[in-house]
Design a protein around this ligand. Structure first.
Ligand SMILES: C[S@@+](CC[C@H](N)C(=O)[O-])C[C@H]1O[C@@H](n2cnc3c(N)ncnc32)[C@H](O)[C@@H]1O
Length: 281
């Protein structure tokens, strides 16, 4: 049984970066009338209640630090809107997860396929989204479920791969999934979340993903990272994260170049906190 529960991490600095990028990708797809398919390979519970145990306070150093900011740049403002959409303007009571954020953006012609392996999270996700038009929730392995859904009939698709990296195998499986997706569907808008950890596999994965995207993804690649904590002697802790994107909209790079320094200043917990953006063809 998997031990990882996203409830402990919801709304942290990594969720802020991940969901900010996800929203930009969804908004970009919504600029054209033709429908698209979103595939969320590691969906989680869809929404997470704030409060309760002390372990569930990571959001305080994530969205909690920027909630109510009056000078948020456009991408951050769009992300904060998605949190407001489930809370109103007052205190944060509920943190939206990726499938709920995606569902908020879908139009009648679009669809979402969400995969989740943990039965408790799956039940919560079903409660939240089952019965809504265009929503398909699957109990199962997202890596296995992904390829048969590609390419979508409209040849417009957004894939989010956001594993817990609880198992070492996740590093190799993510890379294999990216190669498989781009081989079948080189136009896929494909976003992969990668943790910044003091572990070699995590440090190597962003460049490995970029190498898999280079020259294969029709519209290039982008790697945005946000580091908020310094490496520690004991080697534990999530220091920051990356979002590595294949076929990013051309507006995403310039937008993140402006937003990452703002985020690093607000979410950084040491003087070396920084956002880094790389992109290529
Ligand atoms: C980081 S969380 C997902 C968070 C979610 N994407 C969000 O942004 O709100 C990862 C989830 O993947 C689930 N999981 C782990 N391995 C999986 C697999 N092979 N297929 C599908 N889900 C998996 C875990 O139970 C966990 O809920």
């Amino acid at each position: 049984m998997l031990a990882y529960r996203h409830a402990f991490h919801a709304g942290n600095h990594a969720d802020v970066l991940k969901h900010l990028v996800l929203i930009q990708l969804l908004q970009h797809l919504n600029q054209k009338e033709k429908g698209y398919r979103v595939i969320d390979t590691h969906a989680g519970a869809g929404a997470y209640r704030v409060g309760g145990s002390a372990q569930q306070q990571e959001w305080a150093d994530g969205v909690g630090r920027i909630w109510g900011a009056t000078d948020a740049p456009a991408g951050v403002a769009a992300y904060l809107e998605s949190v407001k959409a489930v809370n109103g303007a007052g205190k944060i009571k509920l943190l939206p997860g990726s499938p709920l954020i995606a569902q908020h953006h879908l139009r009648a012609q679009d669809e979402l396929h969400a995969f989740e392996l943990h039965p408790t999270d799956l039940r919560q996700l079903e409660k939240l989204l089952t019965g809504l038009k265009g929503i398909h929730i699957h109990l199962g392995d997202g890596y296995q479920g992904l390829l048969p859904l590609l390419p979508p009939p409209t040849r417009r698709g957004l894939i989010l791969i956001d594993p817990p990296y609880e198992l070492k195998a996740d590093y190799a499986r993510v890379l294999a999934a990216v190669r498989g997706v781009l081989q079948k569907f080189p136009d896929a808008v494909l976003a992969v979340w990668v943790p910044q950890l003091q572990r070699l596999e995590a440090q190597q994965l962003p460049q490995r993903l970029v190498n898999a995207m280079k020259g294969v993804a029709k519209k290039g690649w982008l790697d945005a990272s946000l580091t908020v904590l310094p490496g520690q002697d004991r080697g534990f802790g999530l220091l920051g994260s990356h979002m590595v994107v294949a076929n990013p909209p051309h507006t995403l790079g310039p937008m993140l170049a402006a937003e990452l320094p703002w985020l690093a200043e607000r979410l950084g917990q040491f003087p070396g906190a920084k956002g880094v953006l790389r992109a290529g063809a």
